[in-house]
Design a protein around this ligand. Structure first.
Ligand SMILES: [Zn+2]
Length: 240
């Protein structure tokens, strides 16, 4: 095989290894971020429950104040009953008293319902607070673990980077620049094999004439479709 291609494929192998290291780091950090998001969500749940309770307590106080005012009004109407003369006036007062009592009763029922709801919400808060505490502690531990793991992986990456730099030196600056640009724009794959006349980067057929030249193994070309640097190596060898 063409010497330049040999060196390029070696470089690409190292670059793939570095890419894998990078995605491993990314994976660890993503997992941690997702857990951190869950903990934040738990905290938001607690805060939402607290707000709901505040709102309900406010509503309860309003209902109690209104109901107490209505009770006073009922008592006032009751005392006025002694003073009225006509049956019509009496009937009107009685209606007012009944309506007042009914309204007070409804409000008291609402207050009881609110108190029950607050009790349930308080239990929910307690449960979520406990979960939050456990999850926060776990997150702290996991943050430490990931930090150590990433540090270790990064150390390995540095070794690979040195290897990469040494390998890059074996290539002419011009071809190296082309390789780097291709890798950047072609999803990390710059040098590709051609099998049965098909570019293994974009899977498009290349002109037969070019394929015949590639088969000789001493030259490399750019794929007319994806511009990747093409070479030919039979599959058995490529699999090794
Ligand atoms: Zn191609």
């Amino acid at each position: 095989m063409n010497e330049e291609i040999v060196q390029l494929t070696l470089l690409q192998t190292i670059d793939h290894e570095i890419d894998q290291i990078d995605s491993k780091i990314q994976e660890e950090q993503d997992a941690l971020e997702s857990k951190s998001g869950e903990v934040a969500e738990r905290e938001a749940t607690v805060s939402a429950l607290e707000q709901k309770i505040d709102m309900l307590e406010k509503e309860r106080r309003t209902l109690e104040a209104e109901s107490s005012d209505e009770m006073l009004h009922v008592k006032d109407r009751q005392s006025k009953m002694m003073q009225v003369q006509t049956g019509r006036e009496q009937a009107a007062l009685l209606k007012e008293i009944e309506d007042g009592k009914k309204s007070v009763k409804e409000k008291e029922e609402k207050v009881v319902a609110i108190m029950e709801e607050v009790e349930q919400l308080t239990a929910d808060i307690e449960e979520n607070r406990n979960l939050f505490k456990g999850e926060s502690e776990l997150l702290l531990e996991e943050t430490e673990t990931v930090k150590k793991s990433v540090a270790k992986i990064t150390k390995g990456r540095k070794t690979k980077e040195k290897k990469r730099a040494a390998q890059a030196k074996k290539l002419k600056p011009q071809i190296l620049k082309k390789y780097d640009t291709l890798r950047k724009h072609r999803n990390g794959l710059a040098v590709v094999n051609v099998l049965d006349g098909v570019c293994q980067g974009c899977f498009m057929a290349i002109p037969p004439q070019q394929y015949n030249l590639l088969l000789r193994g001493d030259k490399h070309f750019d794929c007319p479709t994806c511009q990747r640097i093409m070479y030919h190596e039979p599959l058995e060898e490529a699999d090794e």
